[in-house]
Design a protein around this ligand. Structure first.
Ligand code: N01
Length: 569
């Protein structure tokens, strides 16, 4: 295997992986070390970490419990690594991923500072030809994108933005050396999961922080704390059980939804249960009743509880009113968790501006101008989220069979089969692509499942002398229909203005992008597909000019059967 090649040499590989976050690292290990393939990773950053490499903003912390936000594929790794806190901070997650990369000797096969510009499928040779920004070319049989769901930043375009005289930063491209807010007037746009984390930290040193809130948001205390020695000991003895739990439930988090329903208990009992869940903190709040995530009336009571909590924390009545003027059902947008978020609005140096009632008109050289006035700031922070799930892929010029462009196939919204493949793009696998449960889960869980599914698929192809696999048009269409069907059973439809629907990006086609049927059901469907010889995919051998069809009558009908059989999960 070549160690390094000058830019004009084409590097020939079995597999090229794009991205060195959780997905890319594990996929490298799985295909290189378990299948013995020649594999490289290309990564735009100069270190491992993916989303965690770029999101170094103040207060960046994982919302999943650390011990579940881990790889579970290796017992030794589980035994060796010890998280320090209930929710790991950004730096600790990056340390963890470096530890993993070093333990499994992954970095020798990662090319950093390499951004993929194009990936074209050469049909006659059944190869992908990939070009990166420094001008390097790769030729590979399989191309795996591990580009993350939340990696392409959204910086809204306000009139006058380029005339701003101060410094501005997007949370998802935070400078490595940090930003000193001491004594500065700071403006922050955005109060999603990220904004809710940055605000309390920025307020500690800024002379003044003005928060521009377009949509008020629910948040539950994280109740972060160091993990005690006793708990660490408990973890070491119970990893198998935890693994079973996170890999078999709907969202990959280490909690199960309660069986009880909101209206099955008395008002007093319900209040106690909410109170206890609030004190425990974290994302499990939504699991304290079975129906909060599904029944709008049950959800209303959870929402009401949180709003009462906000009112009890925030002293200024006007500010509390703005913070509780929430336009969506609890959990229908990604529910943030926080450390002192609402408390921060009690500080004298923090102002909340409602830019829904008084929209931002422009950015001026001195600050932010809304309908009601101008707010002067020295630093502007955009906590305005991402062009999620699709942009990182669409930024690459991906062309499949007959020059088919991914940008054209996805013109009206993303289409995939299982979030893993797109018809017309043989041997291209998209880890946590649109149509997979991804962002609705504790991410490492779907990532491990995708990586292992891809590994098994390639292994199956090798064994059966199959040289290409490609989702059929029919299975892709049916999967897209299925995504719509399942989301309509949930409360996500009460927030059609969320980034899950692509609504945060002007002009982006609207449609629910992740798979809301739950990780357990998704996993079962993927397993059934594989067990039925990759039903829903077209497989073949280009060398022998043969197309291999799974030994059943109609591929599309079977895909429907496979999905229908899993409705109950
Ligand atoms: O982005 P967001 P995020 N004018 O899109 C506002 C994950 N995450 O980075 O709601 C004014 O949720 C926008 O307003 P509105 C998690 O999955 C994970 O916070 O569109 N405001 C909103 O307030 C999360 O869901 C963790 O009305 C504008 C904010 O900016 C996802 O990342 C931590 C605007 C954007 O919120 C994204 O969260 C943090 C405009 N033109 C995040 N445009 C961990 O677990 C946007 N906004 C580690």
């Amino acid at each position: 295997m070549k160690k390094s090649a000058p830019n004009n040499d084409v590097v020939k590989l079995d597999v090229l992986i794009v991205g060195a976050g959780f997905s890319g690292l594990y996929q490298l290990l799985s295909l290189r070390d378990k299948l013995g393939l020649s594999v490289k990773v290309v990564e735009a950053g100069d270190g491992v970490g993916g989303t965690w490499y770029w999101n170094r903003y103040p207060g960046a912390r994982c919302d999943s419990e650390s011990y579940a936000y881990s790889f579970y594929f290796d017992k030794e790794l589980l035994g060796e690594w010890q998280w320090s806190e209930r929710y790991p901070g950004q730096a600790e997650v990056v340390r963890y991923l470096n530890y993993v990369a070093d333990k499994f000797d992954l970095k020798r096969d990662i090319k950093f500072n390499s951004r993929v510009l194009s990936a074209h499928y050469n049909q006659s040779r059944n190869k992908w030809v990939v070009t990166t920004e420094p001008g390097q070319q790769f030729e590979c049989t399989y191309l795996v994108t591990a580009v993350g769901c939340l990696s392409s930043t959204n910086v809204p375009k306000f009139p006058g933005q380029d005339r701003f005289k101060g410094d501005w930063f997007h949370t998802g491209r935070w400078p490595n050396e940090g930003v000193d807010f001491t004594g500065k007037r700071v403006g922050q746009i955005g109060t999603g999961s990220t904004g809710i984390q940055t605000i309390p930290i920025i307020a500690e040193t800024a002379s003044h922080l003005t928060v521009f809130q377009r949509s008020a948001n629910y948040s539950v205390p994280a109740s972060n704390r160091p993990l005690s020695a006793d708990f660490q000991k408990y973890l070491r003895g119970n990893y198998e059980d935890i693994k079973k739990m996170i890999q078999s439930n709907t969202n990959g988090h280490p909690f199960v939804f309660s069986d009880r329903k909101v209206f099955d208990v008395s008002d007093e009992e319900r209040e106690e249960i909410f109170e206890e869940a609030w004190t425990r903190g974290g994302l499990s709040f939504r699991g304290c009743f079975q129906d909060v995530a599904f029944d709008k009336k049950a959800n209303d009571l959870a929402a009401d509880f949180i709003k009462r909590k906000i009112r009890s924390i925030v002293k200024n009545r006007e500010t509390a009113k703005k913070l509780t003027n929430i336009d969506h059902a609890f959990g229908s947008k990604r529910p943030p968790i926080d450390t002192n978020y609402f408390e921060t609005f009690n500080r004298n140096n923090v102002t909340l501006v409602d830019v829904k009632s008084s929209p931002i008109k422009s950015i001026t050289p001195k600050g932010v101008k809304t309908k009601d006035g101008e707010y002067e700031v020295d630093i502007l922070v955009f906590a305005t989220g991402f062009d999620a799930m699709t942009r990182a892929l669409l930024n690459i010029d991906i062309q499949g069979r007959d020059g088919l462009k991914l940008r054209d196939v996805w013109e009206d919204g993303p289409k995939t089969f299982l979030g893993l493949q797109v018809a017309g793009f043989p041997n291209l696998f998209t880890i946590t692509g649109p149509g997979s449960p991804s962002v609705l889960c504790n991410m490492p869980v779907p990532i491990e499942q995708h990586v292992e599914w891809i590994q098994d698929c390639i292994s199956y192809m090798k064994k059966n002398k199959i040289s290409f696999i490609e989702a059929t048009e029919g299975s892709m269409e049916k999967w897209v229909e299925h995504i719509d069907e399942v989301v309509n059973e949930t409360l996500f439809i009460h927030a059609k203005n969320s980034w899950y629907y692509g609504a945060n990006i002007p002009g982006k086609p609207r449609g629910f992008m992740p798979y809301a049927g739950g990780m357990a059901r998704y996993r079962a469907i993927c397993n059934d597909v594989a067990n039925q010889n990759y039903v829903g995919f077209k497989l073949g051998d280009t060398d022998r000019g043969k197309t291999y069809t799974p030994p059943k009558i109609s591929v599309d009908i079977l895909v429907e059967d496979v999905m229908a059989n899993r409705q109950g999960i």
